[in-house]
Ligand binder design. Sequence first.
Ligand code: IMP
Length: 428
Amino acid sequence: MNLDVLLGLQWGDEGKGKIVDFLAPKYQLVARFQGGPNAGHTLEFDGIKHVLHQIPSGIFHEGIQNVIGNGVVIDPVVFMKEIEALKPYGVPYQRNLFISKKAHLILPTHRLLDAASEAAKGKEKIGSTLRGIGPAYMDKTGRNGLRVGDILSPDFKKRYQKLVDKHKGLLEFYRYEYDLNESEPAFFEAIEQLKELRLADTEYMLSEALQQGKRVLAEGAQGTLLDIEFGSYPYVTSSHTTTAGACIGLGVAPKAVHEVLGIFKAYCTRVGSGPFPTELNDETGEAIRRAGHEFGSTTGRSRRCGWLDLPALRYACMLNGVTQLFMMKADVLSGFDEIKVCTHYKLSDGTITRQMPYCLLNEPVEPVYETLPGWSGNIEASTAYEDLPRNLRHYVNFIEEYLHLPIALVSIGPDRAQTILRKNVFSM
Ligand code: IMP
């Protein structure tokens, strides 16, 4: 079967949007399987930057069908704004975009609950994007949620009201002040617009496509270290960001999975709270942030930066069954005399390990670094792997040897064209 899964191996923002857009011509379908408007997938081509939140990153390619799977939570208002932003580019979304009827809806009160819950947590706040993700998934697993298919039902408003009344009780508990009149009209307007789009039983659609031998790319959002099961709980998002999440969030059987394409940055970033062993709270961290423009594409928040964490990356490769690695933002590390890579963790009792402890909060680790020689110069115009500086290629080899996996692609800039495929390991 031909389902390839592409996902982030760190704390999100690895550059998945760029790669999905780059690889899309090799596929007939691109499908998002989890997350929602908390994601911000940036695509840059022809000198224009596009940011997608809920719409799959294959949307700019004529002839590719894009699916929003059942595992995604959809904010209709944000969604319709995304559609508006596509219109000037003549993107045939009416034909090429399919939304699972089983995807859950984010209501205006979910956003309010997200804000109220974060405010109540005080210093322990998750650093949520405040897009209503946690509360929407809570209603889903609590079996109270509303799904996209429900908007076609004559009693939708009644069911909406029932859920909103429950939310109002919770908001009262939080003593949170709000005015729903500000957000409800836009919500219902967006619901009407959503009805005009292609709402489908996408699990059947994907199954038929796979049976016909079509190639499907499942596009992950956030990253493995933010996964609800395996991330640094509770500083995580509320969905399954791993390969298994692609099966759940699209309704495809595990045996359909072929390649697992793991995306990572040449260094680490994290936005929001939570443990980050290799974080650099110094001038080097600041230099990485500046060079990498490390500011959130959804919230604009500045991202925390640090050196590459190989034990964490190894953990992510293990959980996802990664078959090929894609290294992003290699250009950002250009200009450092030396580059550090965390190869092990030192535990408080002195033990040196490559294993992720149960809870990084209770068991803080000290990163053990190996120092590698840096490289310099503007590499953004390089077109062949052999043209890249020797020390950068050495860095690539070092990571490959540590993880026992090939790095099939090296990205050297934000544009579609600034992507170097290493043909020797890229077998697609
Ligand atoms: P939530 O998913 O908005 O509830 O946020 C939970 C945590 O995940 C916070 O630390 C967010 O900053 C982080 N997060 C959520 N979505 C993304 C993303 O797309 N990129 C990076 N971090 C994210």
